[in-house]
Design a protein around this ligand. Structure first.
Ligand code: PGA
Length: 250
């Protein structure tokens, strides 16, 4: 049984004060997420404050990126050991916005995945196709390639704690979500790709859908057999909306 995992990806949003207010509101509306794991991926600047706020809640803390070196002359970067000191559990790696605006390659994603596993941080590795790739029937080749490259050389036994987020790029921030059945089909292919690397461990890997998830469509995704949760951008900024997403089953 895979524990479902719903993560808020705040991206470039929320000051420290706003982050604290969000947690207060969410904890009030959703004091017990039941069998669900709830994760908040905040900007680096809010992580220390959230470490304090989340301490007394069932919610887990995530960073939105990391750099693979532990320390050194890398201006602007943040490392796994630094994140661990802030009680960060998860780290988003290879989000399509990082791949697109910051030129992250599959090789970088792979280095980051390895660095996070090396420090017992759990990666949420993002994959997904563009609209042009989808229309050219290239979805399968794209996500398969991203999964294989992102996980190259990662020891099999580590993969059980991996989270993958399948986010079709055309669905991110557009209000245009994938059909749950289509997302299921691609996610099942992603699981098969992990199986080709790690055998039965693939059945333990949690795979989220992301892309315009909101309170009104979450249940359809969660009902799919291979979809184990969601990575939520825009709709995670408002604690009322995010609480409705987390309580989709209530
Ligand atoms: P969205 O973003 O929910 O705003 O589409 C999802 C994501 O980018 O993780």
């Amino acid at each position: 049984m895979r524990q479902p995992i719903i993560a808020a990806n705040w991206k470039l949003h929320k000051t420290i004060a706003e982050a604290r207010q969000f947690v207060a509101a969410l904890s009030q509306q959703c004091p017990d997420p039941g069998p669900l794991e709830v994760v908040i991926a905040a900007p680096f600047t809010a992580l220390a404050a959230l470490q304090e706020e989340l301490h007394t809640t069932p919610f887990q803390l995530a960073a939105q990126d990391l750099f693979w070196e532990n320390s050194g002359a890398y201006t602007g970067e943040v490392s796994a050991p630094m994140l661990l000191k802030l009680a960060v559990t998860y780290v988003i790696i290879g989000h399509s916005e990082r791949r697109e605006y910051f030129s992250e390659t599959d090789e970088w994603v792979n280095r980051k995945v390895k660095a996070s596993f090396d420090h017992d941080l759990l990666p949420i590795m993002c994959v997904g196709e563009t609209l042009a790739e989808r229309e050219a029937d290239g979805t399968e080749a794209k996500v398969e390639g991203q999964v294989l490259a992102g996980l190259a050389g990662v020891p099999k036994d580590r993969l059980a704690s991996l989270v993958i987020a399948y986010e079709p790029i055309w669905a991110i921030g557009t209000g245009r979500n994938a059909y749950p059945e289509d997302a299921q089909a691609t996610i099942s292919l992603i699981r098969a790709t992990v199986r080709s690397l790690a055998g039965e461990v693939a059945d333990e890997v949690r795979i989220q859908y992301g892309g315009s998830v909101k309170a009104g469509n979450i249940a359809g995704f969660m009902a799919q057999p291979d979809i184990d949760g969601a990575l939520v951008g825009g709709a995670s900024l408002d604690p009322d909306e995010f609480a409705l997403i987390v309580r989709y089953d209530a």
